[in-house]
Design a protein around this ligand. Sequence first.
Ligand code: URA
Length: 210
Amino acid sequence: MLRNVQIIDHPLVHHKLSFLRDRSLPIVEFRAIVRELSVLLAYEATKELSLKEKRITLPDGTICVAKKLEDDTLCFMPILRAGNALLAGMLDFVPTASVGHIVVQRHHSTLEAQEYYFKAPDKLEKKLCIVLDPMLATGHSAIAAIHRIKKAGVKELIFACLVAAPEGVKALSEAHPDVRIITCSIDEGLDQKSYIVPGLGDAGDRFYGT
Ligand code: URA
């Protein structure tokens, strides 16, 4: 396994993923489990956030020194549309984080990933940016999105997804070796239509009911 890749290998993650893999799971449950797994991804992705000390006065007048997050250190960046599915769980875990958005789509003839929209918070260069997409399939859109986010000055990036294909992990690691990848699973591979096998199907369609 590549050093920049982390799989959350936990019995409850396997258990929850097993429900998501069932294509007949009702949308309400699909959304609920995606949210739960997003919280766990957020927990793993934020493990190294820096802290500052804060003095707190206790009821008896004594002072204790507690640790809290530095201000403005985190930005979630969903790759739309499907990446937005991970946002609610991420914000459940870190409600103070800022949020940017990026849309990349494949050009219909060249099949190259192209940026269509990019909106990011100020001082992006000072933040850890956690890029969100439930599926890392070929890696094309993740690579293009991260390229654009780096151009905006971001130095520290993590890519978080629910399910990855080995092909996508390899492509993303080669294109951006400095970016940590956190995923709940690395599946078998891609089918002829570049869907992940066994995967979750089209995660965006399942999450949005389209
Ligand atoms: N996008 C999806 O939603 N599912 C896949 O399997 C691959 C890309």
